[in-house]
Design a protein around this ligand. Sequence first.
Ligand code: SAM
Length: 152
Amino acid sequence: MAPFKFDQIGDWSELKLEIVEKYGAAYTKAFTNQHGIKKFYIDAFSGAGLHVSKRTGKQVEGSPARALKVTPRFDHFYFIDLDKGKTEHLNTLCRNRTDVDIHTGDASRYLSQSVLPKIDYRKFNRALCLLDPYGPPFRLGTNSAGWTIRGG
Ligand SMILES: C[S@@+](CC[C@H](N)C(=O)[O-])C[C@H]1O[C@@H](n2cnc3c(N)ncnc32)[C@H](O)[C@@H]1O
């Protein structure tokens, strides 16, 4: 198996990461006065939590690392990636945290079978879900609650 390497990212990805961080903060802030709401962050194609900038050669925090720092805070995090090297690195970033679940495997299966069924709107659960694959196609099936998400 090839040794794990951080992804190299271009300017557009760096901009995307800034937007994700700002959007995350705006999202949790929007619930500030709504007591009892539990806020989840789901990163279905999470990567390793760290990249290398093509432009500068420096390390750049990935979307999961940024979500973990957002204030007001999310209550719980789900990170999913197919690449074991990346989820192992994420595990080192999240050591000792009890509010993080990290899964190695296919996002569409794990999301539809294990994560989304737990986010129950009637129990005041709300989620920001980032779907950020390298490219199309991406498809989620329909679950027992009847929702479908498609992308790509
Ligand atoms: C664009 S990168 C994600 C970057 C990350 N969201 C960030 O901004 O820091 C896409 C990731 O999707 C992962 N991936 C590809 N196919 C996948 C699948 N079927 N399920 C879960 N992860 C997958 C890749 O290993 C890669 O880390």
